[in-house]
Design a protein around this ligand. Structure first.
Ligand SMILES: [Zn+2]
Length: 136
């Protein structure tokens, strides 16, 4: 069963994601001590999205280490925006069930429902040789 969220709810989440993205950009600006111009922000977006910004030498004047620290968040953000475009935002990527709204409100970037996330974490732990093997 898929429970799509309403348009207005989705809009609310979109707004939340935009704010998160802006906060990230402001933090970068704080770290580099100047404002980013919109063209540069756009380049960062593209680089974050493609994931191969290590070779994006046109992002001048910004320490790549600063970006690297924020890379994960940007990546999660752009993937959330993509899911919104596809209409799959708020659905678990593994089993397709609707993630409860109160959980999304706390973790708007989450991609899995709690049972799938727990399984995934157990699996990752097992891969690293920590804990017991998962029973999937
Ligand atoms: Zn799931």
């Amino acid at each position: 069963m898929k429970n799509r969220m309403s348009e207005s709810k989705l809009k609310g989440f979109k707004q939340m994601l935009h704010e998160m993205r802006e906060t990230e950009i402001r933090d970068i600006e704080k770290q580099i001590g100047r404002d980013l111009d919109p063209a540069l922000v756009r380049k960062i977006d593209v680089a974050m999205d493609s994931g191969d910004w290590a070779t994006q030498e046109q992002i001048e004047g910004i320490d790549h280490l600063i970006l690297e620290k924020r890379y994960q968040t940007f990546k999660e953000l752009s993937s959330a925006f993509r899911r919104m475009e596809r209409g799959t935002y708020g659905l678990c990527e593994n089993c397709g069930v609707g993630i409860p709204l109160d959980r999304l409100e706390v973790e708007p970037l989450t991609r899995y429902c709690v049972p799938c996330l727990t399984k995934k974490e157990e699996f990752e732990k097992a891969e690293k040789g920590v804990g017991n093997p998962p029973t999937l």
